[in-house]
Design a protein around this ligand. Structure first.
Ligand code: SF4
Length: 354
């Protein structure tokens, strides 16, 4: 991905601005932990509102009990550059040439959680979305993993598909912060979270890197069995922006706070993609960054059921979307390079770092 606009390095650096005192959060954390138990006893963390008692081993749509399962915890170089940094062996390799040491060999400290509350038919991570890959880890181990990733030089902690575990993660983040976790925390989610679940993360997550998959309920129903996705995603985004209303970047161009909305262009759906970009810009203006994703990869199975999903996105389709965004005057956006529609971007879910 490349930064389309001028890097906003001149904006205030939040790194030195001071994180809230852990001790001052004690009361809030206590309330959060009670709320965590309640959420897991009758789970309504996402709009599916299954009501499963996950503390007793019941599962809902996501298929996960209260035990945390993850498939990988490692430095990851394939997010937007302000999230991944400019690491060796990454697509930012060329960009990193000649950069000062502080801007090299970064990477996002990414934890891929197992299970997903959306399970889109075209999912590229279906191995872990279905909960087949991964292993159980304790909350204590998860706190250690966060600190280990920080020691490895990660720009941030990047929680991928954390939705089924938001209450547990909220507790772990509180403990990890008290033990020295100082880098920003990114909630990398599908946009299909309940507002109440997101509120559990208030003050613990710095950056929301969220999908906004559909504004069309029919597509949401067809591809993700979630006809209420558009309204749920609008409410979730509102809450994310309330918590992180300003995009803040440090002197190295790394994001330290804010909201990035990702939309994956599906084949033949340029109009939908334009509508999502319009909605986000019309509602939040320059406060929210957009990430225009072109790496849709046809996965075996989905194409058989939905022939329209059996091809990659054409250069022409992506250009039409970019042109629309540019014509609207949207400058806070990320545009992807060509050649990103490859399965090789999917990391091995081999338990590394767990
Ligand atoms: S997180 Fe899982 S169990 Fe909870 S409401 Fe969503 S799909 Fe259902």
């Amino acid at each position: 991905m490349k930064l389309k606009t001028d890097r906003p390095a001149a904006k205030a650096d939040r790194d030195g601005a001071g994180r809230p005192e852990i001790s001052g959060q004690a009361a809030g954390r206590h309330e959060r932990l009670s709320a965590c138990d309640a959420e897991l006893r009758a789970c309504r963390l996402c709009p599916r509102a299954c009501g499963a008692n996950r503390l007793k081993g019941e599962t809902g749509y996501c298929g996960m009990t209260a035990e945390i399962r993850a498939a990988r915890a490692a430095l990851h170089f394939w997010e937007e550059p302000c999230i991944s940094g400019y690491g060796e062996g990454s697509p930012q390799d060329i960009l990193s040439a000649g950069l000062p040491e502080s801007r090299q060999r970064k990477g996002s400290g990414t934890v891929f959680f197992s299970g997903c509350n959306l399970r889109c038919v075209y999912c590229q991570n279906r191995e872990i979305a279905a909960g087949k890959a991964g292993r159980e880890i304790t909350q204590e181990r998860l706190a250690e993993i966060f600190l280990e990733l920080q020691e490895q030089g990660a720009c941030n902690i990047n929680l991928v598909t954390p939705t089924p575990y938001i209450p547990q993660i909220a507790g772990v983040l509180g403990k990890a912060r008290a033990s020295g976790l100082g880098i920003p925390v990114v909630c990398n989610c599908g946009g299909y979270e309940s507002v109440r679940a997101l509120q559990l993360l208030e003050g613990l997550v710095d950056i929301y890197l969220t999908d906004f998959k559909y504004l069309d309920p029919e597509a949401a129903c067809q591809y993700s069995a979630a006809p209420d996705y558009p309204s749920a995603a609008r409410a979730a985004l509102e809450e994310m922006v309330r918590q992180a209303p300003h995009a803040v970047f440090n002197a190295d161009g790394l994001m330290t706070a804010g909201v990035i909305v990702r939309h994956l262009l599906l084949p033949g759906r340029v109009r939908d993609a334009c509508a999502v970009a319009d909605y986000v810009y019309d509602t939040y203006g320059d406060a929210v960054w957009l990430s225009l994703m072109r790496q849709y990869t046809p996965m075996k199975g989905a194409a058989e059921q939905y022939p329209e999903l059996g091809r990659t996105v054409t250069a022409r389709e992506y250009s039409r979307w970019v042109r629309h965004v540019t014509d609207r005057g949207i400058s806070n956006c990320f545009i992807q390079e060509r050649g990103t529609a490859r399965e090789s971007f999917i990391p091995p879910f081999d338990g590394e770092g767990l």
